[in-house]
Design a protein around this ligand. Structure first.
Ligand SMILES: N[C@@H]1[C@@H](O)[C@H](O)[C@@H](COP(=O)(O)O)O[C@@H]1O
Length: 259
């Protein structure tokens, strides 16, 4: 696991640079897209690079998760958020961006179909991730099986409170259920790039990087991934015990190495 501690704008450039490097080497790459506020600066940077010639015309993308039951036109439905924040700003082919169907009549079948779609596309090359204050990735809340696949989950009160800001501040308006890629699904992506900023994420980041691997902090499963990059600002890094070592390692990193 590589930990990079840098200002937020630099983190966004690094993540976008990893996506650009991938697309230049493999134009038909499969990207994994996350919602939440953490990746927004990355999407801005990708939209900017698209204007300068970076093409997504042969790429595809899979979303991490979706609320259950939000109406198709609800602005906070993750499918609509991803459309607004990135898909509509670059040149993905039509239908190239897919997400779990939170409006399906048969939710388990929709989850199974989603797993098949990811596998059918050859798996995700680069997965962008955020992290919840309780250590969730996608919507794999504490207690999630480390072997989980795409399925329905019940959101914790903490996550609903964290996300209430997107629903006019009303916790009651945040759905109680979601569909989410499982931890084992996410672990199959070939490169994981997680972004976290702000002091509220400091404990989750400490656990993610330095805690024991545990379903209580689901993101800790990333310690078992052969290619995981954790991009954090000073505030999110403030509880890291080995912060000095991570800073030194990154400062001394050979330029050819990339993320
Ligand atoms: N399902 C999403 C996660 O994918 C995201 O990582 C998390 C953190 O969000 P933010 O980046 O806004 O802090 O929020 C939501 O719960």
């Amino acid at each position: 696991m590589e930990v990079v501690i840098a200002p937020a704008e630099e983190l966004a450039r690094l993540a976008a640079g990893a996506v650009e490097g991938l697309l230049r080497a493999k134009p038909d790459a499969v990207l994994g897209l996350a919602t939440g506020s953490s990746p927004l600066a990355v999407y801005d940077e990708l939209a900017r690079r698209h204007k300068e010639g970076l093409s997504f015309a042969r790429a595809r993308a899979f979303m991490l998760d979706e609320y259950v039951g939000l109406p198709a036109d609800h602005p906070e439905r993750y499918r609509n958020v991803i459309e607004k924040e990135i898909a509509s700003r670059v040149d993905f082919p039509p239908d190239a961006v897919q997400g779990p169907d939170g409006l399906a009549a048969d939710l388990p079948a929709a989850c199974a179909a989603y797993e098949e779609a990811i596998a059918g596309a050859g798996g995700v090359d680069l997965q962008i991730l955020g992290i919840g204050t309780d250590g969730h990735i996608a919507f794999n809340e504490p207690g999630s099986s480390l072997a989980s696949r795409t399925r329905i989950k019940t959101l914790t009160r903490q996550t609903r409170e964290d996300n209430a800001r997107f629903f006019g501040g009303s916790v009651e308006d945040v759905p109680r259920h979601c569909l989410t890629q499982g931890l084992a699904t996410i672990m199959e992506a070939r490169h994981l790039v997680l972004l976290a900023t702000g002091r509220a994420k400091a404990e989750a980041v400490h656990q993610l990087v330095e805690g024991p691997v545990s379903a209580m902090w689901p993101a800790t499963i990333m310690q078992l991934h052969p290619h995981a990059t954790v991009l954090v600002d000073d505030a999110a890094a403030s509880r890291l015990q080995l912060a000095d070592y991570y800073r030194q390692t990154y400062a001394d990193k050979p330029e050819w190495q990339g993320l």
